[in-house]
Design a protein around this ligand. Structure first.
Ligand code: NAD
Ligand code: SAH
Length: 401
C-alpha cells in the first residue's frame, strides 16, 4: 500500500461526519449522473471527501487549490481509486493552472472550489462550460469575496453556496483550524520557541482570532494590526496590544498575515524589522506579504532550512520567509486538523447534495440553516455529547411578549 493510501486510511478513522453521510446517502447515490470538478488543497482529508463524493455517485475530476499544498502520494492514491486527478506539487504557476483548465475541460456540472480559481477561470476564459454548470460550493473567505465581486458586477452566471459562511465552517475551521495548524507549521519548520517571542498578527477576523489566541497560549506577547475599527476594538478588549504595522514591524519576532488582503507587509516594514524576524502568511495567496518587493529589495537570498528562505536586506539584516509566502499551514505542513476538516467537508458534501436536488438562479446563497444545524448535531453526536431541549412551556415563554 502506498503512503498516500495510508494517510487517507488514517484520517478516515477521525472523520465520523463524512462516514455518517456515507452511511445515510451512499445507497441513494444522490450525485449519480453528476460530474463534480474540485479545486482544493489535495491532501488526505480532501482525498477522503473526494472518495465520498464518488461513493455518492459522481464522477470526480480534481486538482489542487494552491501549487504547494498538493501531496503527490495522496494524489497517486486517488488515481488508483479511479478518480481523475490533475494536481501536482509544484512551484510553477503554469503547471498549477493547467490542472484548473483540465478540470474545466471535463465540463463539470457541479464545482467544489477553494479560492474560486475554477469558477473565476470558467467565467473569464471558458464561458462555454457555464451552460452545463448547475452550481458551485465555495470553501473560503477570499473565494467568496471574489465571487461576490463577480456578482456585484453582474457577471456571475451560476448559483454559489457560501460554505465558508456556515457557522459550522468558519467558527471552527477558520478560528481553531487556522489557529492550531499555523503554529504547527511555524514550529515544525523553524524549530524555534514561541514562548517569549513577540508575535504580530495582521487581521483580527476569524483566522486572526485563532492565530492570536493560540500564540498567547504558547506564551507569546501578541500584537494585532487591523484596518477595521470594530475588530481592532475587539482585539483590545480580548487583551491584545493593537498598533499600526509600521510600529509593530520594529518590535515583532514572528509575523503572521491573515487578512485576505494584499501588500500588508511591504518594503517600509521589511526595512524596520529585527535581524532574524520570521514572516509567515496564513491568509490567501502569496500577496499578503509582498514577496515580489522582498525579492527585489534583497541583496541575497538563501535556503536556510526546508520551507525557510533567508533574505538579506540592504541594511545587512536578514528576514526569513516561510513557504514562499504561501499559506504556511498548507504549503509547509498538513493543513487543518482532521476533525476540523470533517466538519467543513460535511458542510461541503451536504451542500453538493442540496445543489443536486435544487435548481437555483445565479446568486451567492447561504448554506441552508437546516444543513448547518444538522452538521452541528452530527458532530455533537459523534462526540457523545447530549444537550437539553426546550420544553413546551419554555418555547411558549420565548414566543410570548
Ligand atoms: P475575515 O474577513 O474574517 O478577516 C480578515 C480581517 O483582516 C478583517 O478583520 C479585516 O478588517 C482585516 N484586514 C484587511 N486588510 C487588512 C490590513 N491591511 N491590515 C490589517 N488587517 C486587515 O477573514 P478570515 O475568515 O479570517 O480569512 C482571512 C484569510 O484567510 C482569507 O484570505 C481566507 O480565505 C484565508 N483562510 C485561510 C485558511 C488557512 O487554512 N490558512 C483558513 C480559512 C481562511
Ligand atoms: N487557493 C487559496 C485557498 C485558500 S485556503 C490559497 O492557496 O491561498 C483556505 C481554505 O483551506 C480554508 O477555508 C480551509 O477550509 C481550507 N483548508 C485548511 N486546511 C485544509 C486541509 N487540511 N485540507 C483541505 N483544505 C484545508
Amino acid at each position: 500500500m502506498n503512503l498516500g493510501q495510508r494517510k487517507i486510511d488514517w484520517v478516515s478513522r477521525y472523520m465520523p461526519l463524512l462516514n455518517s453521510i456515507e452511511a445515510e446517502y451512499a445507497s441513494r447515490k444522490p450525485l449519480s449522473g453528476f460530474r463534480v470538478g474540485m479545486s482544493i488543497h489535495l491532501e488526505a482529508k480532501t482525498a477522503y471527501l473526494a472518495l465520498l463524493i464518488k461513493e455518492l455517485g459522481a464522477e470526480v475530476f480534481i486538482t489542487g487549490s494552491n501549487p504547494l499544498s498538493t501531496q503527490d502520494d495522496v494524489a497517486e492514491a486517488l488515481r488508483e481509486n479511479g478518480l481523475n486527478v490533475f494536481a501536482k506539487h509544484t512551484s510553477d504557476e503554469a503547471v498549477y493552472m493547467s490542472g484548473i483548465y483540465s478540470v474545466l475541460e471535463a465540463k463539470p456540472n457541479l464545482i467544489l472550489d477553494d479560492g474560486a480559481d475554477l469558477t473565476v477561470t470558467a467565467h473569464t476564459q471558458m464561458p462555454q462550460i457555464l451552460q452545463t454548470l448547475r452550481g458551485v460550493t465555495e470553501e473560503t473567505t477570499t473565494g467568496l469575496r471574489r465571487l461576490r465581486a463577480l456578482h456585484n458586477q453582474g457577471k456571475l452566471r451560476v448559483p454559489v453556496i457560501a460554505v465558508n459562511d456556515a457557522f459550522t465552517k468558519h467558527l471552527f475551521d477558520n478560528r481553531y483550524g487556522t489557529g492550531q495548524s499555523t503554529w504547527d507549521s511555524i514550529m515544525r519548520n523553524t524549530n524555534l520557541s514561541i514562548a517569549g517571542k513577540t508575535v504580530v498578527v495582521a487581521g483580527y477576523g476569524w483566522c486572526g482570532k485563532g492565530v492570536a489566541m493560540r500564540a498567547r497560549g504558547l506564551g507569546a506577547r501578541v500584537i494585532v494590526t487591523e484596518v477595521d475599527a470594530i475588530k481592532a476594538l475587539e482585539a483590545v478588549m480580548d487583551g491584545f496590544e493593537v498598533m499600526q504595522m509600521k510600529d509593530a514591524a520594529i518590535v515583532g519576532d514572528i509575523f503572521v498575515t491573515v487578512t485576505g488582503n494584499t501588500s500588508v507587509i511591504s518594503v517600509e516594514e521589511f526595512m524596520q524589522m529585527k535581524d532574524g524576524a520570521i514572516l509567515a502568511n496564513s491568509g490567501h495567496f502569496n500577496v499578503e506579504i509582498d514577496v515580489k518587493a522582498l525579492q527585489h529589495l534583497s541583496v541575497e537570498k538563501f535556503q536556510a532550512r526546508p520551507n525557510v528562505e533567508g533574505y538579506v536586506l540592504p541594511n545587512g539584516r536578514t528576514v526569513f520567509l516561510l513557504a514562499e509566502g504561501r499559506l504556511v499551514n498548507l504549503a509547509a505542513a498538513d493543513g487543518h486538523p482532521v476533525e476540523i476538516m470533517d466538519l467543513s467537508f460535511a458542510v461541503q458534501a451536504m451542500s453538493l447534495i442540496y445543489l443536486s436536488a435544487n435548481l437555483l438562479e445565479p446568486d451567492v446563497y447561504p448554506v441552508p440553516a437546516q444543513i448547518d444545524e444538522k452538521v452541528a448535531k452530527m458532530k455533537l453526536q459523534a462526540m457523545n455529547i447530549k444537550i437539553d431541549e426546550l420544553s413546551v412551556e419554555q418555547k411558549r415563554y420565548l414566543e410570548s411578549y
